[in-house]
Design a protein around this ligand. Structure first.
Ligand code: TYR
Length: 325
């Protein structure tokens, strides 16, 4: 796999492809980040972007993880003290998951976002951005929540982070694209360069194949889940044997193989007794998906295999959480 393929595999979108191709020509030492509002327990949503960071690390890039404490504060997630505590737990779980400590720069937003220069730039962005523009970039509110000024400042600061962390590429889930587009438009107003960005897909809810999977909506898998929890969740997951002809429903079991298992393992072995055809070995996601569709691979076998690989990925973080509590 060449650098461009590694950098862009499993991405839903890159902006722009031309800029990312240029980056891929010489990725060594280029800086990339994902920012996360601190959360005490990582779930699959966090791990999907972390997988991308691991790819980028393998492509030779320098990885920065922003523990966005000030952003979480602006989003009403609690006091600074509470947020910092969850940020420490988050960092420990990322490291356990496979973002090597020596090769990953973990930065708290409050380390630079409260500096005078940053603040003055933020005010300049506030001057050059209309309310309307900031509102379009704002994250979706929880149901029943009223928009505050803090929700408008939030995307402006996220845009500024890309400059202040000296990044060559910004990565996030597809839900971050509106902020990244704002950054590309507004940073040049301050005479900073617009940077390319890469968006990972949002994986469907485990039970229905629809919509966004996060900790607040639908069923996800987290670092808190035991082996049995994982087995149970995967066993009850929606797994239609053939692809939805209309194409609106995703198969979450296949998505988890594609975005979580294959990027982290060279091969996937489905263990089956001889009388059911014996073990199956897959080196590529596509082959497994085709076998599920053709009936060669039974959904129950696919689920059992998925659960055990996910468990292997979750185990070190689960252990870490136990130590911390
Ligand atoms: N907006 C991101 C989220 O929803 C968090 C974030 C904050 C990302 C600041 C980047 C950033 O610079 O999780």
């Amino acid at each position: 796999m060449d650098a461009y393929e590694l950098i862009t595999r499993n991405a839903d979108e890159v902006v722009t492809d031309e800029e990312v191709r240029e980056l891929a020509e010489d990725p060594a030492g280029k800086r990339v980040y994902v920012g996360y509002e601190p959360s005490g327990v990582l779930h699959l949503g966090h791990l999907l972007t972390a997988n991308k960071l691991i790819d980028l690390q393998n492509a030779g890039m320098e990885v920065v993880v922003l523990l966005a404490d000030v952003h979480a504060y602006l989003n009403g997630k609690g006091s600074f003290e509470e947020i910092r505590e969850t940020a420490e737990q988050m960092q420990a779980q990322f490291t356990a998951y496979g973002l090597e400590e020596e090769n990953t720069e973990f930065v708290y937003g409050s380390e630079f976002q409260l500096d005078e220069e940053y603040t003055l730039d933020l005010h300049e962005l506030e001057l050059s951005t209309t309310m309307n523009r900031a509102q379009r970039a704002m994250a979706e509110l929880q149901s029943g929540e009223t928009a505050k000024v803090s929700h408008l400042v939030y995307p402006l600061m996220q845009a500024l982070d890309i400059e202040y962390l000296d990044l060559d590429l910004a990565v996030g889930g597809l839900d971050q694209r509106k902020v990244h587009m704002l950054a590309r438009e507004e940073l040049p107003e301050l005479e900073y360069e617009a940077r390319p960005c890469l968006h990972t897909p949002i994986v469907a809810d485990l039970t229905s194949g629809e919509g966004k999977m996060s900790s607040s909506e639908g069923v996800t898998i987290s670092m808190e889940d035991s082996t049995e929890d994982i087995e149970e969740k995967v066993n009850s997951a929606f797994c239609p044997p053939t692809r939805d002809p209309e194409g609106d429903l995703e198969n979450p079991v296949l998505e988890l193989f594609e975005y979580h298992v294959f990027p982290r393992f060279d091969e996937v072995i489905v263990e089956r007794p001889e009388k059911y055809g014996g073990d199956l070995t897959y080196e590529e996601y596509e082959t497994l998906a085709a076998d599920l569709e053709s009936g060669e691979l039974h959904p129950a076998d696919a689920k059992g295999t998925l659960a055990s690989y996910l468990d292997e990925l979750i185990a070190p973080g689960r252990e870490k959480l136990r130590e911390l509590r």
